[in-house]
Ligand binder design. Structure first.
Ligand code: ARG
Length: 466
C-alpha cells in the first residue's frame, strides 16, 4: 500500500511503480532519513503536538528501524517507492497508531530536501578532507624535490626550466582552490528545509529554527517555496567535484606522459601500476588514465542535474528525484579516485637526472638572453629578434648556442653564463615565479592555507557527523 492510496480508486500499475520508484538508489539515505525523522518528532513534541508517551513510542520505533538498517535486516515491501515511504511504513508497523503521527506537518518534499542536504553536508566534509590530504601530499613531494629542475612546457614543447617543486605546487594550488570551493558549497548546503512542508509550511506550530538547530544546520530556510525547490547545493557540490576531477585529470595526463619511455621523468610503484595481459614488458598507468576519463563522467553528472533544473517550475516536481544518482555517482567515484591518486602519487619516484637533462638545453634560456639585452636598453622586440636569430643560426649551422652568444658583439662572455639552466631558475626570484626562493614561500603559504581548511572542516565535522 502506498502513502497516497486513499486518494485513488485503483491500485498503482506495476509499470508506474517500476518507473517512478527511487528506493533502489535512495535507500542509502536511511541514516539521514532517520536523523531527520528524529528531529521532526522531537519538534512535534516541542510544539505540543505529541505527548511525552507518543514521543517515546516513536523514538523507540525509529531506534528499532535504525537497528534493522544497521544490521542489514530491514525488509523492504514491494510498495515502498522510496526510502521515506519504507521507513514510515515500518515505523507504523512497529509503533501502531502512534506511527500514523510521524508525518504530521511534514511532506516528502521538505523531507527529501532535508535528507539530501544532510547527506551532502557529510559527504562534502569527507571529500574535502581527502582533497586536503592530497594537497598536503603534493606539498610534501614539492619539499622533497629540493633543487631538482625540469622543463616547463607550453604547447607541450620545452619552454623554460622550472623547479620540479614549482610544477608540483601548481597542481597543489588547484587542489587548494578546490577545497575552498567545497567549503563554499558546504556553507550553502548547510541550511535546513524541514518545516517547509509541501511548499507553504504548516498550520501547526512547527518551529523550523528549533529543528534546524537540532539537526546541526547553520540556519533554517527563509522561504518555504525555495526550501523545497532549491537544488543549488546539489549542483554546486557536483561542480566542485567536477572541477576537482578536471584538475586531477590534468595532473593524471602529465603522469601518463611523464611515465613514458620518451620522458622517463617518473616511475610508478608496481603496486600502483598494471600489467598487460599480452605484452609481458608493459607497465601501465591505469589509475592516471581512469582519472583522466572520470572527469568526463563528473561533468556528465553535473550537466544532468543542471538540465533537470532548467525550466523546471517551482516547487517540487518529480523531476527532482533525478538529482540523486548523479550526485551519488560523482561523489562515489571521486572518493575512490582521490584515494587511488594519493596512493599512486605517494609511491611514485622521480628520475631527477632525466628531468634535469631534459631541462638542460641552452635554447630554453633564449629569453634570458633577450632580457639581458633589454637591461642594456634594447627594446624588447629587437632583443627578441637577436635571440631568435641566434637560436636559428645555432640550429642551422650546428654551432652550440653558447659559442654564438660569446662571439656576439652585444652579448659576449658575460651573457654566455646565462644559458645555464640552474642559474636561470635562480634569477626568477620574485614572488610566485619559478625559483627555489619562491618555492620555499609557496610551501609555507600552502601549508597555512591547508591547515586553515582543516580547521573549518573540524568545525563541520562536529556538526555533520553526530
Ligand atoms: N522519491 C522522491 C524524491 O526523491 C521523494 C519525494 C516525493 N515527493 C512527492 N511529492 N512525490 O524526490
Amino acid at each position: 500500500m502506498t502513502l497516497w492510496q486513499h486518494r485513488m480508486g485503483a491500485p498503482p500499475a506495476e509499470a508506474l511503480l517500476a518507473f517512478t520508484e527511487s528506493r533502489s538508489f535512495d535507500e542509502r539515505l536511511w541514516r539521514e532519513d532517520l536523523e531527520g525523522s528524529r528531529a521532526h518528532v522531537e519538534g512535534l513534541h516541542h510544539a505540543g503536538i505529541l505527548t511525552d508517551h507518543e514521543l517515546e513510542v516513536l523514538q523507540r520505533a525509529l531506534a528499532a528501524v535504525e537497528d534493522e538498517f544497521a544490521t542489514a535486516t530491514f525488509v523492504f515491501a514491494p510498495a515502498d517507492e522510496d526510502i521515506h515511504t519504507a521507513i514510515e511504513r515500518r515505523v507504523t508497523e512497529i509503533a501502531g497508531d502512534v506511527g500514523a503521527k510521524l508525518h504530521t506537518g511534514r511532506s516528502r518534499n521538505d523531507q527529501v530536501a532535508t535528507d539530501l542536504r544532510l547527506w551532502t553536508r557529510r559527504t562534502l566534509v569527507e571529500l574535502t578532507e581527502e582533497v586536503v590530504r592530497l594537497g598536503e601530499l603534493v606539498r610534501e613531494l614539492a619539499e622533497a624535490a629540493g633543487t631538482a629542475i625540469m622543463p616547463g612546457y607550453t604547447h607541450l614543447q620545452r619552454a623554460q626550466p622550472v623547479p620540479v617543486a614549482h610544477w608540483l605546487l601548481a597542481h597543489a594550488w588547484a587542489l587548494e582552490r578546490d577545497c575552498g570551493r567545497f567549503l563554499d558549497a558546504l556553507r550553502r548546503a548547510d541550511v535546513s528545509p524541514l518545516g517547509a512542508g509541501a511548499l507553504a509550511g504548516s498550520t501547526l506550530p512547527l518551529d523550523p529554527s528549533w529543528v534546524a538547530e537540532r539537526l546541526g544546520f547553520r540556519a533554517p530556510f527563509v522561504n518555504s517555496i525555495d526550501a523545497v525547490s532549491d537544488r543549488d547545493f546539489v549542483v554546486e557540490a557536483i561542480f566542485a567535484m567536477s572541477l576537482t576531477g578536471v584538475h586531477l585529470s590534468r595532473l593524471a595526463e602529465e603522469i601518463v606522459l611523464f611515465t613514458t619511455e620518451e620522458f622517463r621523468f617518473i616511475r610508478l610503484d608496481d603496486a600502483y601500476a598494471t600489467g598487460s595481459s599480452m605484452l609481458p614488458q608493459k607497465k601501465n598507468p591505469d589509475i592516471a588514465e581512469l582519472a583522466r576519463a572520470k572527469a568526463g563522467r563528473y561533468i556528465g553528472d553535473l550537466v544532468t542535474v543542471l538540465t533537470v533544473l532548467k525550466g523546471l517550475p517551482l516547487t517540487y516536481n518529480r523531476d527532482l528525484q533525478e538529482d540523486k544518482q548523479p550526485l551519488f555517482d560523482a561523489a562515489d567515484e571521486l572518493r575512490r579516485e582521490l584515494v587511488a591518486m594519493r596512493g599512486m602519487l605517494g609511491t611514485m619516484t622521480f628520475d631527477f637526472d632525466a628531468m634535469r637533462q631534459a631541462a638542460g638545453s641552452a635554447y630554453l634560456q633564449a629569453i634570458d638572453l633577450a632580457e639581458f639585452l633589454v637591461r642594456r636598453g634594447l627594446p624588447f622586440r629587437r632583443a627578441h629578434a637577436v635571440a631568435a636569430g641566434l637560436v636559428r643560426d645555432s640550429l642551422e649551422r650546428h654551432v652550440p648556442l653558447g659559442e654564438l652568444v660569446a662571439a656576439h658583439p652585444q652579448l659576449g662572455e658575460e651573457a654566455r653564463a646565462l644559458i645555464e639552466a640552474d642559474e636561470a631558475v635562480q634569477r626568477r626570484g620574485d614572488e610566485g615565479m619559478a625559483s627555489f626562493a619562491s618555492v620555499r614561500r609557496q610551501v609555507e603559504l600552502l601549508g597555512d592555507r591547508l591547515a586553515s581548511h582543516r580547521e573549518v572542516l573540524a568545525h563541520y565535522r562536529g556538526r555533520a557527523h553526530r
